[in-house]
Design a protein around this ligand. Sequence first.
Ligand code: PEP
Ligand code: MG
Length: 601
Amino acid sequence: MQHAIRGVPASPGIVHGPVHLLRWEVPDVRHRIIADEAIPDELDRLHDAMARAKDRLRKVRDRVERRVGAKDASIFEAQLLILEDPDMLAEIEDWIRQNTGAEKAFDLVMVEQRQRFARHELPMIRERVGDLTDVHIRVLSILLGLADHDPVDVPKGAGAVLVTHDLTPSLTVQLDREAIAGIATDAGTRTSHVAILARSLGLPAVVGLRDATQRVRVSDSAILDGTRGLLAINPTADEVDGYRTRAIREAESEAELSLLSGEEPLTRDGVRVTLRVNIDIPEDAEAAALSGAEGVGLMRTEFLVIGRTDMPDEDEQYAAYRKVVDAFRGFPIVIRTYDIGGDKLPVGGYPHEPNPFLGWRAIRMCLDEPELFRTQLRALLRAAVHGDVHILLPLIVSLEEVRQARALLEQAAAELRERGVAHRADVPLGVMIETPAAAVVVDTFVDDVAFFSLGTNDLVQYTLAIDRGNANLVSRFTPLHPAVLRLIRRTVEVGAASGVDVAVCGEMASQPLTALVLIGLGVRQLSVGARSVGRIKRLIRSVDAAALEEAALAALALDGPAAVEADLSRRLAGAGVDPALVRDVLPSLSDGDIISLLERS
Ligand code: PEP
Ligand code: MG
């Protein structure tokens, strides 16, 4: 083996395959002065490159249309239109006629266009910046003769390991699951949305590898271990064999876990926990329903719009929500209104913001765009006729937002009533507790909402002021910080005192050690990724809630996350909790471990 790179385990599973290195970045372009006689040839080069880019885009569009649908393919239609813009072409040709090389001429015009679009007052125009960037990269790559990194070029059945800096929405919709077996990115963390999407797609993924794109070459092969967060480049035949054995063992252990799907998540001392599942893509609902989860604790609806240039209308959304409702008939289904913003932006982006996580995100955007919000609310009220739908509001910081949202919900119901469309008006409304503000004033919500859902990914981010998507801060992103635990405990206490249900739908619920702490803090509803349902259920069935409560309450009084982790390990071991079950999804490997792990496997 040449080397192993350690990253963040983002989506479980092990694969071995050829590396597909994708550098989807605007390349650097040198200024090249051309002689007068070279101008006609340079114009030909430009026209030829643009024609080839168009040809390729048509192929991508057709392929995405066949595989995913016309709506998702519309991104590429928009990009084709850019390449057909006669004014833009005339500007580029002008630069060439002024003795500038074709690639620099193209680059200058695209940079200028992107800046102009990004500053435009109309959101519709601003949204086109992402398309311009894709076109910019595509044409320059052809003009500069760079290796063709187009994801669509991976042959079916290649089982390739995609290595890229970050996944953009337009790249994501192009991913061919029959060609790409795993994803490795320089950027990202477990809770960044690339990771969430990879888990939904069922593709093993390692993120936060920092410089993987610099360290692999196109001709390399790699083992990608999404369970432990490793990318091993050019493994030896023995290492590949070892990893195959491990992959088989993992699959066997998954199969064993699935046998638990009919069992109850009951602790040894009889405390019943409700285990629900998080759904990001409606198409995943049927498979997720087989996991043994008792409903959906969080459906993230923003994935309906990511990777698209337009917003889904009411009917399309209704159909998407119905799919989930039908798959989980009889169980509660919590559907969250759009959490657009942060690192979840539709194609082309919304206004460029210096601090998107502190910006125009989630409920803020929805309240400012009432048409868009009411369209979603109407679709939800219609879907609620067919099942036990609950509506969840993201990123709430004050009761005023809840009241404004409720007014829009009532308006949406009135609109449906006027149109004579079947709907349910009395859908339970809940709020995400994912900001310190919401947790501190959680008592003010109790008369206005039916449930709280703790979004610990953001709660940790905002409480500790640590960007959840920053690979350099992964070790500091510590959900066991007493400040986080105290905010959770406060929410649980307020919920219990006022009869408001409290659930956790952030990543803390899916990780064994933190799931145990949550139960210890009094949380009785957990919503986890589909692949964690069996694992967390097995864990719950192996512990006493009383011991967890003692350990969690002690943690509240400690002075830092390291002290909490050490104290918990000691107490859980003392209470007879199987450390193998706790360690399962929380690997903390040192570089030495990586090598020994590779040697052992
Ligand atoms: C969270 O913040 O914990 C959460 C569940 O929401 P998201 O990860 O979509 O921000
Ligand atoms: Mg959140």
